[in-house]
Unconditional design. Sequence first.
Length: 248
Amino acid sequence: MTYCVGMVLEQGLVLMSDTRTNSGVDNISTFRKLFHWTVPGERMIAVMTAGNLATTQAVISQLDERTKAPSERDNALLKGPTMFQVVTEIGRLLRATIEDAQRTNGDTGKGRFTATMIVAGQIAGMQPRLFMVYPEGNFIEASWDTPFFQIGETKYGRPILIRGYEPDMSFEDAVKLLMVSFDSTLKANLSVGLPLDLLVIGKDAFAPTHEHRVSADDPYFATISSGWGDALRSAFHSLPSYTFAGDS
């Protein structure tokens, strides 16, 4: 399983993903699910992936043109004139990759090769944008009404984001909020795991504002995890107690 979150703020974009993949409890591996490409001063584009690992790796390889010799590579992500056209190309590749895998594997391949992606970035002269791409190749865009997208194991971390998100929050507070969301997910589901990859994209920066891998021994994440647990217990005990008074 996977957990990835992309968030839109007034000052830019914040992305975080886990790195765990598993095919059963005895076959757990670590793979990067957050990728980015930069043309300094012109564009910054990032992609997060969830779903069948072979499918997502095939799509990323095609986007990055890793299947071609270096001299022949012409990355479509670095040429699309708008983010809309970039995400359209990603959707086309995702759909084609899934259809090809399912066709090759016949009935046994149905439903086994699906994947979902979050695409984020900015091209010079335009606003930062955030999209979620579905296995069918279609996509939706984030707005101030829906300012974040989740893919993978979403249910455990979503309440944290809904209660804590503010569009004008600082990057630092947004990272803290995501840390809490991921900690809640890690505690509830063993199929999501450390390390976590973090990417902050400042508006008009066209380069990573901050990039960090959160490992199992990361002191800040450990502080967030223990502090959030203590804060929840304290908040619980501060609420008024239920009473049986008046029972006959």
